[in-house]
Design a protein around this ligand. Structure first.
Ligand SMILES: C[S@@+](CC[C@H](N)C(=O)[O-])C[C@H]1O[C@@H](n2cnc3c(N)ncnc32)[C@H](O)[C@@H]1O
Length: 243
């Protein structure tokens, strides 16, 4: 897998069923997510994460500029916009960007396409908060760590990083399949048996790997297990500030 595969798969997923591809819930396949229900899941997540960041003492004094990395249909971008002056959502998939623009109910979000393996479109020290959920798991390990380093670079000193990663498959049947089945079989099963428009590749970032990658610029404040998405993977959300 390389970023070209990620771009191709998420373009197809975004073309066919963008909201379902962002958040797979029973009864939502085939364009059946209610937009307001979809957006309220983003508000629940962001409100809880920012409350926790505040409790940790890591909330920046101002949230003028926020980056939502892997913004998809803008579910979290719009929620972040309730707390910030301006939010930039970045995604690799053109139809995801188009969907995010189409369903945007705010006047302070912007959605930009980035198909590079870095965030060179942004200067150092640009953002007060960088946020990302349900994204790094879908790209090759090397790319995930490269983007984590880039997120640290574009944060200003005193800025906060809130990033959720998949850490390990659960012991469910599908979780064990992710752990033990060959990757070509998983891609075949997702598209042929489960009817996904394209495969959704998954890979983990352990807590130790995360800490190693961000250590030279960031102080990690907390790491919290996140079971709000249930299913076949264990997720952790990391909270860190830039020194
Ligand atoms: C499961 S969706 C999550 C979207 C959003 N974060 C949310 O939770 O609502 C994953 C998103 O990550 C995007 N993505 C995957 N690799 C990316 C990359 N290298 N750069 C930017 N976006 C990426 C996909 O196109 C897709 O929109």
């Amino acid at each position: 897998m390389d970023l070209g595969d990620v771009q191709r798969d998420w373009t197809r997923l975004g073309q066919e069923d963008p909201l379902w591809a962002v958040l797979i819930k029973p009864g939502t396949k085939g364009g059946r997510w209610d937009i307001n229900d979809f957006l309220s899941t983003g508000r629940d997540e962001v409100d809880a994460a920012l409350e926790h960041l505040t409790r940790l003492g890591g909330m920046p004094a101002r949230l003028d500029q926020v980056l939502d990395f892997g913004s998809g249909a803008g579910r979290l971008t719009q929620a972040l916009a309730q707390h910030a002056g301006h939010v930039t959502g970045v995604d690799i998939s053109p139809p995801m960007i188009e969907t995010a623009q189409r369903i945007d109910q705010t006047d302070n979000c912007e959605f930009v396409l980035n198909q590079r393996a870095d965030l060179a479109m942004f200067d150092d020290d640009t953002f007060d908060l960088v946020y990302s959920s349900l994204v790094l798991q879908h790209m090759p390990e090397e790319a995930a760590h490269g983007f984590l380093r880039e997120m640290c670079r574009v944060l200003r000193p005193g800025g906060a990083l809130v990033v959720q990663v998949a850490t390990t498959p659960t012991r469910s049947f599908k979780g064990m399949a992710f752990k033990y089945a060959p990757k070509p079989f998983l891609r075949w099963a997702q598209t042929r048996l489960l009817g996904y428009p394209a495969p959704m590749r998954m890979q983990a970032v352990s807590d130790a790997q995360f800490t190693r990658t961000v250590a030279d610029k960031m102080t990690v404040l907390d790491t919290v297990a996140d079971d709000s998405y249930g299913g076949h993977w264990v997720y952790h959300r990391h909270y860190a500030t830039k020194r």
